[in-house]
Design a protein around this ligand. Sequence first.
Ligand SMILES: [Zn+2]
Length: 250
Amino acid sequence: MTAWLDPVRMVLNQRNCQLNCYFRDDDAGWDDLTLFKLLDLFQLYAVPIDLAVIPKCLSKVLATELVLRISEYGHQIGLHQHGYNHSNHQSTGRKCEFGDCRTADQQFSDIVIGQRILKDCLGDYLQPMFTPPWNRCTQDTVDVLESLGFESLSRDYSAVLLQTDQLQEIPVHIDWFAKRKGVRLDFQMLGKQMAQRIQQHDSIGIMLHHQMTSADERAVLAELLELVSTHSSVHTCLMTEISGCYSEIL
Ligand SMILES: [Zn+2]
């Protein structure tokens, strides 16, 4: 069953320097039970995971459970802000919570309220990173984030370039649920995509969505976690851990 990982294994075996590997799971706040199953899996393989948390959807129960897991699991879960309430505000075109249909003032209001909710619930466990829903935002978003003391922004590696002196971009490169022409990529294609990234770069960020991750899906993901947690060329880490290596991660 692990044949889909053969290209990944091959390029890892050929490496002569370390690969930084990180996972960003989006939409914490939705479907807690499935999120906990994903966190259990990462804990089993001792692989760190970053969670993009939707402030408006974070319940007290979830916040308590996340903080408990972090204190028990040695800070191997990173928590950061994922928009405000994950609404699409665009009247046409691709979905965005922080797109050009929102003014700078509206964006400021959403982000600062979201930041307060997360700080209240998560305290010092909240990291100063922002992932915009659908990986899309505007220059106004960047300006707001800078004014609120954020240090990192995470989008897709191919996202449009935005001007910033303060924010470190820590992008994702692989979408576990990627589609091409409306059809989901099979695992063979996903393995090839990963191998290509690993062959040319020193870091790889993989985006997950726990709410779409069935038991069968987790079994396949376990194969990847087994590989990256045991291969001598791979360093699995939280996103903030590699925030100093700007040129390496784009
Ligand atoms: Zn999302």
